[in-house]
Design a protein around this ligand. Structure first.
Ligand code: URA
Length: 432
């Protein structure tokens, strides 16, 4: 094998690697034959010099080959669709989307992650449901997909182990925010999990990795290209993460909101994103329908209660209690009153995400434990008119001191202006 030091030097000098060299480097790293310090130096060289499309595909392919792959399509005899979000504040989309598409006759089996920092993880949210098991064997998952149509589980340690190692290294070496490395990290996991078609929700804004629409488009194009090279159908939704998604931020609060949305009583922005994602997943499925018909079917599954019935069966199948009254309630609730009348022009997603993290809804390090009951409800969103003293938000806390700090932080996340900001929908662009 070519020496890692030579590859680092070549990348530092802006040269393009052969696909074979990329594969050897990644597979050797996964086998612990390349030390972290050399891999970190290579990632930093990539940060400055980038990767070509061919190099990014070789990286993605090698990461997939570093571990096991799944094939639900063969096990179920169906075309398999999947969705993924690049992560944001209040993002409980999969928890609503799963039961809705399953109620429409399309199985959705997902491997989800945990939250780190200000963004929450779907697994942590599901664990707010008493008894819910995030670990299923592949056979259990296939049986549940056949029987109920939805299963959301933790990622197997054997799936894309090279990414697991590389992501942990990037996290501590300032090399996370590099488009080809993010794209290959996300797509390797989706492709290894056996999806035939993928809907990617690329978050844009202050609470997301990608702060601007232009940056988000670059990441989306890179992931679309990886999908194309792998022969898969991919759609990227670029969606707003300049304010929290929906109202709820925090694990049990988000489960309640996901459930409200499945019953047709969710907040407008979150409902729109859920139905849009469902429509596209259904259009990609083997039902043979287009996006408009997918939307109609998703809306019907919500309005006729069939999505809610699937939710209850799904949660019970994974050991949980689907009754929202079983979710933990935080002992302290404090309102965040509007200091003045006007129109909300901004609800900083990052600030609200950090406030929820400080309350105990997230973890700063992998070892932290989560308090599922705490979080923030943002009642007023961008464009809403408020009177002085109206509840902008409500903090759910474990004690008075953390509640007081969060009230201050959430208040600082709000800007109230004299006039309404320009209207902006939740889906900013769609790339396919
Ligand atoms: N999510 C991932 O899975 N990988 C990244 O690199 C960034 C976000």
């Amino acid at each position: 094998m070519i020496r890692p030091a030579d590859l680092i030097e070549r990348k530092r000098n802006g040269e393009e690697h052969s696909p074979e060299d990329v594969a050897e480097l990644i597979l050797a790293y996964a086998r612990d034959e390349v030390p972290d310090y050399q891999m970190a130096a290579w990632c930093m060289a990539v940060y400055f010099k980038g990767l070509s499309g061919a190099e990014t595909f070789a990286l993605t392919d090698a990461m997939i080959r570093s571990g096991d792959t799944l094939d639900f399509g063969t096990a179920l005899g169906r075309k398999v669709v999947d969705k993924h979000s690049t992560g944001g504040v209040g993002d409980k989309t999969s928890i609503s989307v799963g039961p809705i598409v399953a109620a429409c006759g399309v199985p959705l089996g997902k491997m989800s992650g945990r939250g780190l920092g200000h963004t929450g993880g779907t697994l942590d949210k599901l664990e707010a449901i008493p008894g819910f098991r995030v670990e299923l064997t592949t056979d259990e998952m296939v049986a549940q997909l056949r029987d109920i149509g939805v299963a959301i589980v933790g990622q197997s340690a054997h799936l894309v182990p090279a990414d697991k190692k590389l992501y942990a290294l990037r996290d501590v070496t300032a090399t996370v925010d590099i488009v080809p490395l993010i794209a290959s990290s996300i797509m390797s996991k989706k492709l290894a999990a056996g999806a035939d078609a993928i809907v990617l929700d690329v978050k844009v804004g202050d609470g997301a990795f990608m702060k601007t629409l232009d940056d988000a488009r670059v990441l989306a194009e890179e992931m679309l290209e990886l999908g194309r090279r792998a022969g898969k159908e991919v759609t990227c939704l670029l969606t707003d993460m300049d304010q929290p998604l929906g109202r709820a931020v925090g694990n049990a609060l988000e489960i309640r909101e996901a459930l409200d949305t499945i019953r047709g009583e969710g907040p407008a922005d979150f409902t729109e994103l859920v139905l849009d994602a469902c429509a596209r997943l259904l259009a990609y499925s083997d039902l043979g329908i287009d996006v408009d018909e997918g939307r109609r079917r998703a809306e019907t599954a919500v309005s006729d209660g069939s999505a809610f019935a699937v939710y209850e069966r799904w949660i019970r199948a994974q050991g949980g209690d689907p009754d929202p009254r079983a979710l933990a309630d935080a002992p302290v609730r404090r309102s965040v009153p509007a200091p003045t009348a006007g129109v909300v022009s901004r609800v900083g997603a990052l600030a609200v995400g950090i406030a929820a993290l400080e309350l105990g809804a997230g973890r700063r390090t992998k070892a932290d434990t989560i308090d599922h009951s705490v979080g923030v409800l943002c009642f007023a969103k961008r464009g809403d008119a408020v009177l002085e003293g109206d509840d902008l938000a409500e903090v759910h806390a474990r004690d008075e001191a953390s509640a007081a700090a969060a009230v201050e932080a959430v208040l600082a996340a709000y800007t109230i202006a004299g006039e309404a900001p320009p209207e902006r929908g939740i889906v900013l662009d769609v790339l396919a």
